[in-house]
Design a protein around this ligand. Structure first.
Ligand SMILES: [Fe+2]
Length: 371
């Protein structure tokens, strides 16, 4: 492995982050046009670097480690905070590498469940972020990366309680489209497994459909998505199109209709017929779509948005049971209540261990065996 160290007298930890260089007027063309910054933690999740990595040095990027280097060694040599970067054209290679590393991250027993979950969540987040672009289309390779990453989570969450709740404790609860997608998929897998009525393939489809359920929002302007007040008639019409648009986007990218595509089209249908786009009632909407509809609403209610704080689990379940009476499959909703209520104590324990891990990390001590 070739590592070029920073210039004498200027160690990695002393290098100025891009934001600071922007503040002192370094031309942005030198900073971002050709390269994209990458958090060192993201690289640590890989076996080997899928592309060259650069060090930000006085507004110019110098080669720091070449493709093929052992990723953990590379990251171990840099201080924090430090700006590492890759060439812009290597983003897809990095995403592909990260998508394929998720299973290994979650299986790495040398790390705590909380640490594994946080790294896996960050890796899937990096994979998913460019898939949800306003006015963007989605390509076949984007979808393959997404399904590889979520399939790895499905494989590892089966029956592993500490990892399951570490993952839930790690979730970002500030609602962004890609984190909402990951959270919905994780909740959908947990609830699907708890109901014991789905095959392995069925659970995999639930995870994939949940991960991509809102992909049609790529075609909705942010002014509508983030509007704090009620939508007008035109805006509401646009919003109601996103399940069908998302379904078409996925079918067109893959060239065939995947077995999970109907979940994307049906995740806003409601048991009482008040949903959209078709207004199907009760069991006329397939079981897996009814389940994803419930966890979608649960994550939206328990996450913060620009115009609302995050609700508690209790208040979200209360709203879904009483405030939205009749809209959800009662049996699936009761299973979600049981799932969240039954694991409350374990969830608290995992949040505590997450805090302990952060404390150990910030004080520079080893955080082994916490959580
Ligand atoms: Fe949606």
């Amino acid at each position: 492995m070739t590592i070029r160290v920073p210039a004498p007298g200027r160690t990695g930890s002393q290098l100025e982050p891009t934001a600071a260089r922007r503040r002192r007027g370094v031309p942005s063309a030198l900073i971002r046009d050709t390269h994209q910054e990458i958090p060192p933690d993201i690289l640590a999740s890989l076996d080997e670097l899928p592309c060259d990595v650069f060090l930000d040095h006085d507004g110019r990027y110098v080669l720091y480690a070449a493709a093929g280097a052992v990723a953990r060694d590379v990251v171990a040599h840099v201080g924090n905070p430090v700006a590492l970067a890759i060439r812009t054209e290597d983003r897809d290679a990095l995403r592909r590498g990260l998508a394929r590393s998720v299973g290994r991250i979650l299986a790495d027993e040398s790390r705590t469940p909380v640490d594994r979950s946080r790294r896996a969540y960050a890796a899937v987040g990096y994979v998913m972020t460019p898939i949800f672009r306003t006015h963007g289309s989605v390509g076949r390779e984007d979808l393959e990366d997404a399904t590889v990453a979520i399939d790895a989570i499905v494989g590892m969450l089966t029956g592993m309680d500490s990892l399951v709740w570490s993952m839930v404790a790690t979730m970002s609860k500030h609602l962004a489209t890609h984190t909402h997608a990951i959270n919905t998929a994780v909740y959908a897998v947990l609830l699907g497994q708890a109901m014991k009525e789905f095959s392995e393939d069925g659970i995999r489809d639930i995870a994939r459909g949940a991960l991509l359920h809102d992909i049609g929002k790529n075609r909705i302007p942010l002014e509508i998505l983030d509007k704090p007040g009620p939508l007008d008639e035109h805006e509401w019409r646009r919003m109601r199109e996103h399940p069908s648009v998302g379904h078409r986007m996925v079918v067109s990218a893959l060239g065939v209709e995947p077995t999970y595509a109907h979940i994307i089209a049906e995740h806003h249908e409601r048991a009482d017929g008040s949903g959209y786009p078709a207004g199907t009632k009760g069991r006329a909407t397939p079981f897996d779509s009814r389940l994803v509809a419930i966890v979608d609403a649960y994550d939206a209610l328990t996450s913060a948005r620009a115009y609302k704080p995050a609700g508690s689990s209790y208040s979200a379940l209360w709203t879904m049971r009483f405030g939205m009476r009749g809209q959800f499959d009662v049996r699936v909703l009761e299973a979600l209540v049981g799932l969240m209520g039954g694991w409350k104590a374990l969830r608290r324990a995992d949040v505590r261990s997450l805090e302990l891990t952060e404390h150990a990390r910030s004080s520079g001590s080893q955080a082994a065996n916490v959580g």
